[in-house]
Write a protein that binds this ligand. Structure first.
Ligand code: UT7
Length: 328
């Protein structure tokens, strides 16, 4: 095991200005503010402007993280983008971002792990740093989920939003930042949360468009049950790997999919809800962007600071899930 430790040096996030409230949604699908609020905790979400793409959200988030870390784009060796909504099937959004930032010497690639994309990318980035391959890495979770939202289906239309979050990681000089990180997958449950068409299985055609197959399709209740169980066990395992307890955490940052999932996971971990970061009310589920946006908001609002111990846990399509314990 390498003795190199990896630290988060700076965070940044960006959400589009356009707000879609529950009241606005009531004009689009058969729903109520009361249903959305009580079942999900969501009050509003942000929507990227027409013709903008994931890299347009990721670029300002990355610039803020670089500024917070005191690094120039040319210092970057690696850019990783966790996303389920890349600008294009290829090239990668990371390559587009590299050009936008002017990060001339950085290598960039995307990572597909749906809502778990940020923690998957963080783990991969940290491994490169621990192995001594690269020094300065930019890790991003960014999504334009509203581009694949079915605006005719009330069960999913109310859930998603757009945004991006970023961190800069470097080898730690005197302290450990990423204390433990674990990734998990179960490909047997793919059918419960996926976008059917647009890939090689079902390339875009008039038929796939007519059948409305280029949108997020989810068995919400099944996903909910798995999310609560697997997020809890993942967090428990990662706390144990980091040799700390849930009581040692200053803040839990769970994937912001549904307030009821966060409350259920916190209860099982015996973490009081006051120690759980929640912004799902303002942004809805932004998939891979949810944890890095929350982390950035927690840092910038002063809710966590130098020395704070954070647990984070995510869950998404694949299924994929992941957990980390990080000292800021
Ligand atoms: O980020 C990846 C991970 N994703 C998640 O973690 C999402 C996990 N799932 C969930 O968060 C919840 O399952 C949902 C919020 C998606 C749905 O909540 P639920 O309590 O599981 O509701 P449900 O799907 O079982 O639907 C209950 C009822 C249904 O009516 P009937 O069949 O009982 O008459 C739905 O038709 O609520 C109805 N319903 C709605 N009513 C008003 C579903 N969506 C809506 C809506 N407005 N938007």
């Amino acid at each position: 095991m390498s003795s190199v430790r990896v630290c988060i040096r700076g965070t940044g996030s960006y959400v589009p200005e356009n707000v879609l409230t529950n009241q606005d949604l009531m004009r689009i699908v058969d729903t109520t503010d009361e249903w959305i609020t009580t079942r999900t905790g969501i009050k509003e979400r942000r929507i990227a402007p027409d013709h903008s793409a994931t890299s347009d959200l990721a670029t300002p988030a990355a610039e803020k993280a670089l500024a917070a870390a005191g690094l120039d784009p040319v210092d970057l060796d690696l850019i990783l983008v966790g996303t389920a909504t890349p600008d294009m099937v290829f090239p990668s959004t990371a390559c587009i971002l590299q050009a936008n930032l002017g990060a001339k010497k950085a290598v960039g690639f995307d990572l597909s792990a749906a809502c778990s994309g940020f923690l998957y990318s963080l783990s991969v980035g940290a491994s490169f740093l621990k192995g001594g391959v690269y020094r300065n890495a930019l890790v991003i979770g960014a999504e334009t989920l509203t581009s694949i939202t079915d605006w005719t289906e009330r069960r999913t239309a109310v859930l998603f939003g757009d945004g991006a979050g970023a961190v800069v990681i470097t080898p730690a000089e005197d302290e450990s930042c990423i204390e433990a990180i674990n990734l998990y997958s179960d490909g047997n449950l793919t059918h419960l949360l996926h976008m059917p068409a647009g890939g090689s299985r079902m390339p875009p055609s008039h038929e796939t468009v007519d059948k409305n197959l280029h949108v997020i399709t989810m068995e919400g209740r099944e996903v909910f049950k798995h999310a609560v169980k697997l997020m809890t066990s993942a967090m428990e395992e990662t706390l144990s790997d980091a040799d700390v307890t849930a009581g040692d955490l200053d803040l839990l940052i769970p994937h912001q999919a549904n307030l009821r999932i966060m409350e259920a996971v916190a209860k099982r971990l015996r973490i009081p809800i006051e120690k759980v970061f929640v912004n799902v009310d303002r942004y809805g589920n932004t998939s891979a962007a949810s944890v890095p946006i929350a982390l950035d908001e927690a840092v910038r609002s002063g809710r966590i600071g130098k020395g704070s111990l954070i647990g984070t846990v995510v869950f998404g399509g694949g299924f994929t899930w992941a957990s980390a314990v990080v000292r800021i």
